[in-house]
Design a protein around this ligand. Structure first.
Ligand code: NAD
Length: 484
């Protein structure tokens, strides 16, 4: 097998800089070293923040139309490099190339394009008062935004945060997850080639605690933090930013329910459930790993779903027919496997998977786990409560709407849910009753960029998307204009 080698660097003040001890980057499908990246310390973090502070002057004063020209050029370069970026995301994450080609890179570009346009077309509020005075609202960029992203969808997360931050006139310091730094570094090269001025985008690499991530959150010149990652990390960052009162937006963990009523077309329900269970080998915050099926179709669904999941091709992520890739790391593989062991000891039954597949070399060295289906679970079992973040789902029967809602809401998370029914009234009732930031009815993972995105309960704080991103990434002023 031919491996590339990615010599990843920081991107600070328009320059690609190699400073700090280097750490290895592993290809999840074989655990072979495919590159290395430098770890930023206090000096590099400060250099990146100061570059962003300096660039803020010019960038924030540009008109949104001028920024749009540069951002659109950046987005076009992303589109022009679709095949290369799709491959990079597979090297980084171990996700099947087929999933990266199905509109994924286009969405990475769309995140930039959408907000570049939104910033130009968006107006503001004005309230003429009875006495002839006018109150109007002015929105201005806030300053330096720290963008901290997880390893599961790195490039999508990078542009989901960069798009609005930059379009509304802020400058950014982005820290990708240490396990997947390649794609974000490559995006920085494309932004550079697009002519985005030095210091507007800075990318630093490193770890979280006692490293680049923590240093960034504590930096006094960082005004905003948009963080996506684990709920526990969110609590640590919340405490870290308290002394400097930074504004935060948190997109955290999830444990979505996928509720299937007896009136559905079973074939479609199985197809939706395969995607909501195993997209990105289940390493997906929006997944629906708690499958709840109304009793009359429980056995039929289970049998079809099990059969379909067993047929998903697993292995070489660059094989276009592969549908299940490798877990991100050996450590994460062990964590996911421990949940499967736990299910066994809690009295549940594993009716599919539970073990690594038999694969030829070099993939036998990778972090593959077969799609796994667990039944005979109780709602309070740890496998039904905690985020496993792998190709592992539980399937359980329910009798009526009320019971389904109670089980679905009976977790600490509230990020997303899937409801499958042909009954419109029921869909409306569940849309209201479910505690989740996003609810899909009869589909999965489709979202207009204008709608709010984020989680309830332990799944996050705040919303981004459309004007919700405008709220977060701008400072708002009320100006009262006298008519005298
Ligand atoms: P993580 O919390 O371990 O790390 C996320 C990022 O935070 C990484 O860049 C990491 O280096 C950094 N970090 C870690 N500790 C830090 C600290 N103390 N200070 C500052 N930065 C720190 O998460 P992960 O394991 O990379 O990602 C998986 C998690 O992300 C899952 O829980 C998943 O549900 C969540 N996620 C949520 C969404 C969403 O939209 N809600 C989307 C994708 C992933």
């Amino acid at each position: 097998m031919d491996y590339p080698f990615f010599h990843v660097s920081h991107y600070i003040n328009g320059q690609f800089i190699d400073r700090g001890p280097r750490f290895d980057i592993y290809y999840p499908a074989t655990n072979y070293v495919i590159g290395s990246a430098p770890e930023a310390g206090a000096e590099e973090v400060d250099a990146a923040v100061q570059a962003a502070v300096r660039a803020f002057g010019q960038w924030s004063r540009m008109s949104s139309a001028e920024r749009r020209v540069l951002l659109k050029r950046f987005a076009q370069l992303i589109r022009d490099h679709e095949d290369e970026l799709a491959a990079i995301e597979t090297w980084d994450v171990g996700r099947p190339i087929a999933e990266n080609k199905a509109g994924y890179i286009a969405r990475i570009a769309a995140n930039i394009e959408f907000f570049a346009d939104f910033a130009v077309t968006h107006g503001s509020e004005a309230y003429p008062m009875d006495n002839g005075y006018i109150n109007y609202v002015l929105r201005q960029p806030v300053g330096v935004a720290a963008l901290i992203t997880p390893w599961n969808i790195p490039m999508l997360q990078a542009t989901w945060k960069m798009g609005p931050a930059l379009a509304f006139g802020n400058t950014v310091v982005l820290k990708p997850a240490e396990l997947t730094p390649i794609g974000t570094w490559r995006l920085a090269q494309l932004a550079h080639a697009a002519g985005i001025p030095p210091g507007v985008i800075n990318v630093i690499h490193g770890f979280g605690p006692d490293s680049a991530g923590a240093l960034l959150t504590k930096h006094p010149d960082v005004k905003l933090i948009s963080f996506t990652g684990e709920t526990t990390t969110g609590t640590i960052i919340m405490a870290a930013v308290a002394p400097t009162l930074k504004r935060v937006s948190f997109e955290l963990g999830g444990k979505g329910a996928n509720i299937i009523f007896a009136d559905v077309d079973l074939e479609r329900a199985v197809s939706i459930s395969l995607r909501s269970s195993f997209f990105n080998q289940g390493e997906f915050c929006l997944a629906g790993p708690r499958i709840l099926v109304q009793r009359p179709v429980y056995e039929a669904f289970l049998s079809h779903f099990r059969q379909a999941a067993a047929q998903l091709k697993i292995g070489n992520p660059f094989d276009p027919d592969v549908r299940v890739g490798a877990l991100i790391s050996r450590e994460h593989f062990t964590r996911v496997s421990n949940y499967i062991d736990l299910a066994g000891t809690d009295g549940a039954s594993i009716i599919l998977g539970g073990t690594p597949p038999v694969l030829p070399e070099p993939f036998a060295q990778g972090n593959f786990l077969q799609p796994t289906i667990i039944i005979d679970v109780k709602p309070h079992d740890r496998v039904c409560q905690e985020e496993i973040f792998g190709p592992v789902v539980t399937v359980a029967p329910f009798d009526d709407e009320e019971e389904a809602v109670a089980i679905a809401n009976g977790v600490s998370y509230g990020l997303s849910a899937v409801v499958q029914t042909r009954d419109v009234g029921r869909a409306v009732r569940l849309g209201s009753a479910l505690e989740a930031g996003t609810i899909w009815v009869n589909d999965f993972f489709v979202r207009d960029l204008r709608v709010p995105f984020g989680g309830m309960k332990q799944s996050g704080i705040g919303r981004e998307g459309g004007h919700y991103s405008l709220e977060f990434y701008t400072e708002v002023k009320t100006i009262c204009l006298s008519n005298q």
